[in-house]
Design a protein around this ligand. Structure first.
Ligand code: HGY
Ligand code: MN
Ligand code: MN
Ligand code: MN
Length: 419
């Protein structure tokens, strides 16, 4: 099962070739973009299916549109050991965020298949649908559904074409009516472990090859709408304008200032307005309407609960004094999540057994693992990425780093199977 130098029979060349192959499914001229629910995403899914099958996995789509590869174990009553992540990207994102968790899972399955190793537990590799915030405004669509947390409001959310999330899920092969219940109830998995790039600078700065995640931030997302009045930019005097973008600028300034004011506090707090749609968006028209997305992340439930209200109550007068209307509506919520302590220990042991120095650390990024934690024990493995950059075309890792992470994933799966 292991080659001479104590390395499982993983095939780093095949693994990296899959990274390159999957990266080709990107919007021409907009590397690297593969938005969930898009035709390109479906083409990538079709390719992934062939790779799952080549790795000896039987493949099916679950009711939430997650692509599930499964390898049966010796014990038909044993709960599955599950790994996976997501192959969708943000706009002009990277080639590794989420993707390496799916491809490393396939490589572990492929090595088991080639070695004829039958585990005690079933082993599953999942490509979760739409981990990134989708055009419907909802992130972690497939993993939320697994936990039974994709509610009616979310399923009825519409994208800019007017399609509902439920219709989108059906279009990619899911079955929305089956989503009123958790697809995987609490206790239905033996364990879930996800390999992911750190998307931050800590491991690279410390020169460490492996991170073991201790906890994952909670994320709250809000739609902020500012209504003013579109007018001619040349003939409307400054004192009677109702310029929605000026109001948006005041909100953005207060969001940023409020999060900065917590920099030296006890909690991890970041807040971002990264998506903004301006109407009519013409150089010679006074902006009439702004719709933007606010996201707040923290390891403190109290901060998540109060941040947006504190900001809006603090800025409302200054926006409404411009003759504008300000409406802030919560769109989604994920609580801060702790990785299962024995999983943290087990991953650390696996990495140490392989000779890797490693670091226990929090995740400022959200992950599907947050929702898989509802189904059973959960752990995450981090590898460094270049300058900690992610959600941008500069995202990069070296083949060696991917192999390091995949070896730790393999050892973790084997240790879970023995436990
Ligand atoms: O946004 C996140 O935290 C993740 O990278 N999708
Ligand atoms: Mn991401
Ligand atoms: Mn990700
Ligand atoms: Mn067991």
């Amino acid at each position: 099962m292991k080659t001479a130098n104590n390395t499982p029979a993983l095939n780093p060349t095949r693994l990296w070739e899959r990274v390159d192959a999957l990266a080709q499914y990107t919007v021409a001229g907009q590397p690297w973009t593969r938005r969930a629910f898009s035709d390109l995403f479906l083409q990538a899914r079709a390719w992934l299916t062939t790779q799952f099958e080549a790795a000896g996995l039987t493949v099916h789509l679950d009711a939430a549109g997650n692509l599930v590869g499964r390898r049966e174990g010796r014990n038909p009553n044993a709960k599955p050991i599950v790994t996976g992540s997501h192959c969708d990207t943000v706009l002009s994102g990277g080639r590794f965020d989420g993707i390496i968790g799916v491809l490393a899972g396939i490589e572990v399955a492929h090595a088991l298949h080639e070695q004829g190793v039958i585990l005690d537990h079933p082993f599953e590799v999942i490509d979760f649908l739409s981990e990134e915030p989708s055009d419907y405004g909802i992130s972690c669509v497939g993993s939320r559904a697994i936990a039974g947390l994709l509610d009616e409001t979310m399923l009825n959310a519409r994208d800019q074409t007017g399609e509902t999330l439920a219709a989108g899920i059906a279009r990619v092969g899911g079955n929305p009516p089956a989503l009123s219940m958790p697809l995987r109830p609490t206790g239905s998995t033996a364990a879930f472990v996800e390999l992911h790039i750190e998307q931050g600078p800590v491991l690279e700065t410390k020169g460490l090859p492996i991170g073991i995640v201790t906890n994952i931030v909670g994320i709250r997302r809000y739609k902020v709408m500012i209504d003013g009045q579109p007018d001619h930019a040349g003939t409307t005097p400054m004192n009677i304008r109702r310029d929605a973008l000026v109001g948006a600028a005041r909100v953005i300034e207060v969001v940023n200032g409020h999060a900065r004011s917590m920099l030296d506090g006890p909690d991890y707090v970041v807040a971002t307005i990264g998506h903004l749609v301006l109407t009519p968006n013409a150089s010679n028209a006074v902006p009439g309407h702004v719709e933007m997305m606010l996201e707040v992340r923290s390891d403190s439930p109290a901060v998540l609960r109060t941040f947006a209200d504190d900001v809006m109550s603090g800025v409302r007068d200054r926006v409404e004094s411009l003759g504008l209307q300000l409406v802030c509506t919560q769109v989604s919520d994920s609580l801060p999540t702790h990785c299962t302590p024995f999983m943290v220990d087990l991953i650390e042991q696996a990495a140490t057994n392989l000779g890797y120095a490693c670091l226990r650390m929090p995740s400022g990024a959200g992950h599907d693992a947050v929702y898989l934690a509802k189904t059973g024990p959960m752990g995450m493995i981090f590898i460094p990425c270049l300058k900690g950059r992610s959600h941008c075309p500069e995202e990069w890792i070296e083949p060696r780093q991917l192999l390091d992470g995949t070896r730790v994933l393999y050892e973790t799966v084997m240790a879970l199977d023995r436990s």
